[in-house]
Ligand binder design. Structure first.
Ligand code: G1P
Length: 312
């Protein structure tokens, strides 16, 4: 049965304190940290817009004014650039102003991702909608969200993005138990667990920060008790959908094999910047040779044993 309602809404939780990036995030939201020359949040909004979602709801918290300003007019700056005739920079300033129809709701208490999604209930109403987490940047050459929307429309279930990760990383993610379907990149999810302790993970299929949810999720979230870390976990509500009665339609996963950049901790953030800068037409030709010679200058001094991911 095809979903009768076209999906237009994207929810982006941005209320986190960004403590891994202190002191940079003392007075600035972590979502505004530049990835090369663009704030991380803009990549995520661009991804939603590229997939056809132009109604964006950000679930914000305190100290997030810079985010709102970024997606609004910047009159003084525009006036200066206009008077200088600097059309190229003016275009960059103007672009994020008109990128999407951006709305805001405050989360108040930071009670977890499930709670943040629940705050979108009034805005979303009774429609399927997408959730995008700002720590993950998906390369625009490897569209993931549009594929998830396609799968959601075809199956009318809840759809999450999955990535096969190194088993040493499973404790950092929601992890899915899966079974195959007749489509190579689609699996049916039979169970979900939030951040299993090392050595206890049921698989290495990690939920990355893209979800296409059906509105039933709100009723489940309203009664989902605090889980891992004392927070209301979206994973726990999805586990109920995946294993509960079929009225919610079950949960499917789209297995992503494209380029993803994690900006959630400092080391991954550095890697994301290097990778994206290397690929840029304007910076790459000068940056790549420099990077090669810099890497050569390091010799064999790398620490091969690093497994990635900062906890906390
Ligand atoms: C959240 C979710 C987790 C998911 C992850 C993806 O965790 O709770 O299930 O795998 O995002 O990035 P967080 O990284 O916010 O701690």
């Amino acid at each position: 049965m095809a979903s009768p309602i076209p999906i237009t809404k994207a929810v982006i939780p941005v209320a986190g304190l960004g403590t891994r990036f202190l002191p940079a995030t003392k007075a600035m939201p972590k979502e505004m940290l530049p990835v090369v020359d663009k704030p991380a949040i803009q990549y995520v909004v661009e991804e939603a817009v590229d997939a056809g979602l132009t109604d964006v709801l950000m679930v914000t918290g305190r100290n997030k004014n810079a985010l709102e300003n970024h997606f609004d007019r910047a009159g003084e700056l525009e006036a200066v650039l206009t008077s200088k005739g600097d059309d190229e920079k003016l275009r960059k300033v103007d672009y994020s102003t008109h990128l999407a129809d951006v709305h805001y709701v405050r989360q108040g208490d930071p009670k977890g991702l499930g709670h943040a999604v629940l705050r979108s209930k009034m805005h979303v109403g009774r429609e399927p909608f997408a959730v995008l987490l700002g720590d993950d940047i998906i390369d625009s050459r490897d569209p993931l969200l549009s594929r998830m929307l396609e799968v959601q429309t075809a199956l009318n279930t809840t759809v999450v993005a999955l990535l096969e990760v190194d088993p040493a990383q499973t404790h950092l993610y929601g992890i899915a138990t899966v079974e195959g379907t007749d489509q190579e990149d689609v699996v049916r999810i039979t169970g979900l667990v939030e951040k299993p302790s090392p050595g206890t993970s049921p698989s290495n299929y990690a939920v990355i920060g893209r979800y296409v949810l059906r509105p039933e999720i709100f009723e489940i979230l309203e009664r989902t008790p605090p889980g891992k870390g004392g927070e209301i976990q979206l994973t726990d509500a999805l586990q109920e959908l995946a294993t509960g009665p079929v009225w919610g339609g079950g949960v499917h996963g789209v297995v992503f094999r494209g380029r993803r950049y994690d900006t959630g901790d400092r080391l991954d953030y550095l890697k994301a910047i290097v990778q994206l800068a290397s690929d840029r037409d304007d910076l790459g030709p000068e940056f790549r040779p420099w990077l090669k010679s810099f890497a050569d200058s390091l010799g064999g001094g790398g620490d091969e044993g690093w497994q990635g991911g900062e906890d906390g």
